[in-house]
Design a protein around this ligand. Sequence first.
Ligand code: SF4
Ligand code: SF4
Length: 438
Amino acid sequence: MSELGRLLTALGERSSYDAASQCSRCGYCEQSCPTYVATGREAFSPRGRNQLVRLMLEGGLSDPASAAEALSTCLLCGACQTVCPAHVPTPDLVLEGRRALRGRGPALLNRMARLMRERPELFRSLLLWGYRFKRWGLADLAARSGLLRLLGLAPLAEMAQQVKDAPSRLLDAELEGRAELGPASEAAWSYFAPCGPRYLLTRVGRATVAVLGALHGRGARSDNPCCGLLSFNYGDLDEARAAARAVIMGFEAAGLPPGTPVVGDCSSCVAFLKSYPQLFLGEPAWRARAEAFAARVKDAVEMLPPERLPRDETLPAATVHDTCRLRHGQGVAAAPRAALKALAGGCREMGRSEHCCGGAGAFAFVHGDLSDELLKAKVAAIADTRARVVAAASTSCLLQLERGLAMYYPECRAAHPTELVAEALARRARTGEAHHHG
Ligand code: SF4
Ligand code: SF4
């Protein structure tokens, strides 16, 4: 079976059909849904999508093509779930509907996900070659020559094409020998490297490790595989479960002291790690292991106690973009604001900060027009605050915001909250040294 069949909802474990039936069609969520606000189309609203999924599960769907469009344009942002009085888990239902429509997902993506898990060294070297081609201005040639495609790695070719500043070293190489990292048996935290900071925005991973070390003492990192989110959202549930099992086994084998938090710095990935128990509702032993693991998982923004953050007088006016999977997926809204207040002395609120920026994983590649519309609205809201830096806690948002800011508001930059903390800590260390020497 290609669907989960059962979901963990705010009201307890339910069949997907019962969860979809909890939608009373009240419409309370419509104005919170970015795709409904942008299009005004009922089919692109949470209510419309829940209705479609219910019909699909009943076997009463008459028009699979329009259902596919309505479900594929959902950002999975979860804004509807946050405001819904019945807590209907619309994003999970949309995913169930997508799986029911298309079975096991694109073979190419599944092949790449398996390669990442089973042959991580090969995956990394192929990625680095993709980046090299790009830096040499040969990205098109590489894509045209079909080398990566031949290997069944079209998504990888796509990824290497899209990245603006391809890193010359991946995070694993950068973290080797770092003073913040020590033996697992003495670790105060364990860094989980999500694919974004690990393969793309390595600057974020470097900052997170520096910040965790400075604020919490020495930690550890294990060579975790991909969390499986890509497979969960676009591919194959079996592959997502295989990834989750590999992550959990790695965590259990690491020998961390009891209670050590497992910290990741891409909120989409972290929200998924926290939701692992839902993958194993039919397997009690694995469900228990997943629950033990998920209880330890923390988003990096939850590890920034404001009282320990230095004030950085040089930080310009700052605002927070609520990344969907932090705010709606994990229910965390106060932490990034408290961090900015401590660092910058204030946090400017933008209008509809909780609205999706249109990044949403691969959404920007697939639904370019809708994504651009959401991005323009997001950048306009940022510009209205006159902020010069916007903090965002996920890779996909950072890439999307960087693209939008470069086009429409270049005075402002996007950064992960841990990058801003790392900059403030480095500044304090430098000025402290200067005072010392003076
Ligand atoms: S998802 Fe919730 S808020 Fe939206 S229409 Fe259904 S019950 Fe109402
Ligand atoms: S998850 Fe987001 S885009 Fe999808 S229905 Fe809910 S609010 Fe709309």
